[in-house]
Design a protein around this ligand. Structure first.
Ligand SMILES: Cc1cc2nc3c(=O)[nH]c(=O)nc-3n(C[C@H](O)[C@H](O)[C@H](O)COP(=O)(O)OP(=O)(O)OC[C@H]3O[C@@H](n4cnc5c(N)ncnc54)[C@H](O)[C@@H]3O)c2cc1C
Length: 493
């Protein structure tokens, strides 16, 4: 995946002509409506033409995470011309791995990159569930469908992105659907601060200072007015209004396409614009995660430890590394200057291998995120000409490790349906394929959080551990096997 920064100030002039030619047609292109145009990249499969009507259809994908890049693959295979807009200026490479389950791998096969993931990921079987002191509670798995392919997120994004160019610094702040008869569109704010970046707070502070400065300036202007030349003052105000209009026009830009895909994660701007009532909820738990070089005591498959109000897990990933995560009951919004130290403290009394892995992690590689989810399922994942996928559509807790695999299923499903059906019909079929299945996993992930991060009293912890002991692994595997099996719409043809 190549990341092309498209912040207006840094755009290469050379791209302007290609932009103009792309904008000239209306139905076959993603077109800008206002403000100077942005960089448009010719599609990788430009030669491919949609068989329906013979005209290339265009899509804007909001977000270059796993869902956005996978959807780009799916749509291009279906002959669509795609632009991927990403708010961040550069990819986030620190901190995280991801374990892809068998259903996710099937979706990756559908998207044409399953074998590359098999080659680069570490395939392993879950080694079981342990107490926080390391005593076994549940045996490891043996079913093939339980196998995991784990790798660093940046490795997976590289594979799925496949060298495609992503337009970065393109924060989508507004979306319209096609209900008024016009084509759907997104509005981009160029140069908006990335809210996840560490300097975002500084940016907000500067904005507040600027606002204070403007208020002060206005007060000064009022104080000076009596002595000023009135004609000059009016000309000055007009000039200022003009400048404000110009700077607004160059800051905001609206782009149309035949389809807008909201793949912009749990805090999706697309969902907020068109599904304003859908609200995320704090789960009551926070999560630290990091990547560390494997040592002698590192596991060869995924291990899960459960304690009082917390869960710790680790899994081997590519590059001889281990990805670990530690979820714990916590008040929302708590952060620490040193998250490595905070994680170390929280898991201080756990099994030695847990403590060792945290302690050996470089500080910069430890991240923390409060865990939110979308409790109420959306009745539909689409509006006219707009569709949601991944966390934007069905953000779930990571307790079952299925968010990413289901996101891949979404993307593969959408691509197949768009190949087979006209747009609105494909979007209706997408709802039937995806809403029930994703909600089932979402509710299960939430129930799992109740028995891990929500189980805190010693009586409940003992009862939970006893239940783990009693539940035969085979039973859990049979249930898992049934749930994980994904039948792509292609298989149902
Ligand atoms: C701690 C943790 C561990 C997890 N572990 C696993 C696991 O092992 N296996 C698994 O299958 N799943 C796992 N998941 C879930 C998985 O990470 C997500 O389900 C998956 O990343 C969703 O992908 P996405 O593309 O929908 O969203 P994201 O990965 O969040 O990507 C969204 C993208 O959109 C961009 N964006 C956001 N807003 C805008 C905007 N307004 N304009 C433009 N761009 C925007 C973001 O910068 C980002 O690049 C885990 C989740 C967490 C929190």
């Amino acid at each position: 995946m190549r990341w092309a920064c498209c912040s207006r100030s840094r755009r290469p002039r050379a791209s302007t002509s290609s932009r103009r030619s792309t904008r000239s047609g209306s139905s076959g292109t993603a077109a800008c409506r206002s403000g100077p145009a942005s960089t448009t990249r010719p599609s990788r499969t430009e030669a491919a033409r949609v068989s329906l009507g013979g005209m290339t259809q265009t899509a804007i994908i909001v977000g270059a995470g796993l869902g956005g890049l996978a959807a780009a693959r799916g749509l291009e295979a279906a002959g669509w011309q795609v632009r991927v807009l990403e708010a961040a200026e550069r990819p986030r490479t620190t901190g995280a791995g991801i374990a892809i389950a068998s259903n996710g791998l099937e979706a990756l096969d559908e998207l044409g990159v399953g074998d590359e993931v098999r080659d680069r990921a570490v395939r392993s079987m879950p080694e079981g569930v342990f107490t926080d002191q390391g005593s076994p509670l549940q045996q490891g798995s043996t079913f093939d469908s339980s196998a995991l392919h784990a790798l660093h997120r940046s490795t997976l994004l590289d594979i799925v992105g496949g060298g495609r160019e992503v337009e970065t610094g393109m924060r989508v702040v507004g979306v319209t659907d096609a209900s008024s008869g016009a084509r759907p569109s997104v509005t981009i704010e160029h140069g908006a601060a990335d809210p996840d970046a560490t300097d975002a707070r500084l940016e907000r502070q500067q904005r507040q200072d600027r606002a204070r400065g403007i208020r002060l300036g206005r007060r000064l202007q009022r104080a000076l007015e009596p002595g000023d030349d009135p004609i000059d003052r009016r000309a000055e105000r007009r000039a200022t209004k003009q400048q404000v209009r110009e700077s607004r026009e160059s800051r905001f830009e609206t782009i149309e396409a035949d389809l807008v895909i909201g793949a912009d994660g749990i805090d999706s701007a697309v969902r907020k614009a068109l599904w304003p009532k859908a609200a995320t909820d704090y789960s009551g738990a926070t999560c630290w995660y990091g990547v560390v070089q494997a040592e002698a005591d590192s596991p060869s498959g995924m291990r899960q430890y459960v304690g009082s109000g917390a869960e710790f897990g680790m899994v081997p990933i590519d590059g001889g590394r281990v990805y670990w995560w530690g979820m714990a009951h916590a008040r929302m919004g708590r952060t620490s200057r040193d998250e490595l130290e905070a994680a170390r403290e929280r898991f201080d009394t756990w099994a030695p291998e847990v403590r060792d892995h945290i302690a050996a992690t470089p500080q910069a590689s430890v991240m923390r995120r409060d865990l939110h989810w979308l409790p109420t399922p959306l009745k539909s994942f689409h509006r006219p000409g707009v569709v949601l996928l991944g966390d934007a559509a069905h953000a779930m807790l990571p307790t079952f490790g299925q968010g990413g695999s289901l996101t891949l299923e979404d993307a593969a499903t959408l691509g197949i349906l768009l190949q087979d059906h006209p747009l609105e019909q494909a979007l209706r079929a997408y709802d039937s394929e995806r809403i029930r299945r994703t909600d089932r996993f979402k509710q299960l992930s939430h129930r799992l959080a109740r028995v891990t991060t929500e189980t805190r009293s010693s009586v409940l912890v003992a009862a939970r551990n006893g239940a783990y002991n009693l539940l035969p692994t085979t039973l859990a595997e049979i249930a898992g096997d049934w749930m994980l099996h994904w039948r792509s719409p292609r298989a149902k043809r």
